[in-house]
Design a protein around this ligand. Structure first.
Ligand code: SF4
Length: 468
């Protein structure tokens, strides 16, 4: 994933840009970048895999002057990309996952367009977007045609002498919101970037909508569509608690998720409700409020030493850090029946090795795991590209139960079926816990509160609502 932020102000915007971009640090771990337009463009990109965004840019931003700028925290590509096009020079940042990037790159290569940026994948997708846009007769039609050609998702901010063009991907998988304060306008992935800089949300950009923000305010350049399929996982795990998407706050959704989980456990005897920090915390608070049982912290995270943007290079080191990060409090655990709310179970290995084992070692009496979403069944094609099908705990269970990989897993998706129950039991045994009960799709959708057809639920249900 990535997070993007842009600002236009009456005076210098560098400090607001630094903080606004920094508030997206939970969304990416590889590169941070900013571009500011004053008398001319200034662009800075740093690798942030071994240190935090703020520490890399803290000295730079004081030397940069300009009243409009864009920033990005990125998991894939080095951004922003600068391009001197026939529409004049511009800088661009993107957020999303372009699944047909190679096909689009080949199309441009055939036209004689070259690529210069080095990327982990074959092409830097932000450079691809910049070059695709520059093929059109003007910037608006360039952005429109590019978003149309992209499979997957891509929202973008384009910094130009006209102002900042902001466009959300055509199905709205990735969010984008506009904020205003007395002397400035801003646009952001995470609305949590707004309050401490004095911005208030004035608009959630619609899927496929293109706007221009400049000193005069907002001008709509292309209306949005009603084909919204915003990522439901933003509320469950990836989003920041203080953020809202489509007007729905993340923390409130997580609390409602926890309440739904607790409602299904009415007759269960427990002593302690807890969550795997950080994203499991709000789910657990909701569970505790609904069940009337105390929320406590049997496992605390040593945040000072292990910020989320620190990504060690080897799996061995990553495992070591995952092990060292959570510290068990024996006084809260020993002899107690503990509910542990977790955002989701992906592979299940970290949950087993670094949460469950610590609770058993500290002599928990029972451990009841409650994921806030249903079993993950499919990798993401639009946003999070890191997991593959065979890694998922549910798919490993299905493969073992069936004796092979199977194509049609619809019975395992249906939480009322016998196969679903066998799959959950397999995962429970594998984790070595007392009980395991997942959220249902319908309860998760109710917790979010948007119509089901307006959400992407492909992680759990596959591509049932064709995004065409
Ligand atoms: S597949 Fe999952 S992670 Fe990807 S956009 Fe859809 S809900 Fe979000």
């Amino acid at each position: 994933m990535s997070g993007i932020f842009g600002v236009i102000s009456k005076g210098d915007c560098a400090e607001t840009l630094l903080h606004g971009t920094d508030y997206h640090s939970h969304l990416g771990t590889e590169f941070g970048g900013i571009a500011i337009l004053g008398e001319h463009f200034t662009r800075q990109i740093h690798n942030i895999s071994q240190s935090q965004f703020k520490s890399k840019f803290f000295e730079d931003y004081k030397k940069i002057k300009g009243n409009k700028g864009i920033g990005v925290i990125s998991d894939f590509d080095e951004q922003p990309i600068y391009l001197n096009s026939k529409f004049g020079p511009f800088c661009i940042v993107t957020n999303g996952f372009i699944s047909n990037s190679e096909k689009l790159a080949k199309k441009l290569l055939r036209k004689g367009i070259s690529f210069s940026e080095v990327s982990r994948s074959t092409v830097n997708t932000t450079e691809l977007v910049a070059k695709y846009i520059s093929q059109s007769r003007n910037l608006i039609s360039g952005i429109e045609k590019t978003l149309e050609a992209i499979e997957g998702s891509c929202s973008l901010l384009l910094l130009h002498r006209d102002g900042i063009y902001a466009a959300r991907d055509k199905f709205g998988y990735t969010p984008l919101a506009v904020g205003k304060r007395e002397d400035a306008w801003a646009v952001t992935t995470e609305t949590s970037a707004f309050p401490n800089s004095g911005f208030e949300v004035t608009k959630y950009i619609e899927p496929g909508e293109i706007i221009l923000i400049n000193e005069n305010g907002i001008t709509q350049k292309k209306p949005g569509t009603n084909k919204n399929r915003i990522c439901a996982f933003l509320w469950i795990y990836t989003g920041f608690p203080a953020s809202s998407y489509e007007g729905v706050n993340v923390e409130m959704v997580r609390e409602r998720c926890g309440r739904f989980l607790a409602k299904r456990d009415r007759n269960m005897e427990i002593d302690v409700v807890s969550g795997v920090p950080d994203s499991g915390t709000a789910h657990a608070l909701g569970y505790a409020m609904e069940s009337g049982k105390p929320y406590r912290r049997p496992l605390v995270k040593y945040t000072p030493g292990y910020g989320r943007s620190y990504t060690p290079p080897s799996q061995e080191t990553r495992d070591l850090i995952a092990k060292m990060k959570l510290i068990a409090i024996k006084e809260i655990i020993e002899g107690n029946r503990i509910v542990v709310c977790e955002d989701s179970i992906v592979r299940g290995t970290q949950l087993k090795n670094f949460t469950v084992n610590k609770l058993w070692n500290a002599k928990a009496r029972e451990i009841h795991i409650r994921p806030a979403c249903p079993p993950l069944m499919f990798p993401c094609k639009f946003n999070l590209s890191t997991r593959s099908t065979h890694e998922l705990a549910a798919r490993r269970a299905i493969c073992d139960l069936e004796g092979k990989d199977i194509e049609d897993i619809s019975e395992y998706i249906d939480h009322t079926s016998g196969k679903y129950k066998k799959m959950v039991e397999w995962i429970r045994k594998d984790l070595g816990i007392t009980t395991l009960q997942y959220q249902t799709v319908d309860d998760m959708v109710s917790a979010i509160g948007l119509p089901k057809e307006k959400l992407c639920l492909d992680c759990w249900m596959g591509n049932t609502q064709n995004a065409t």
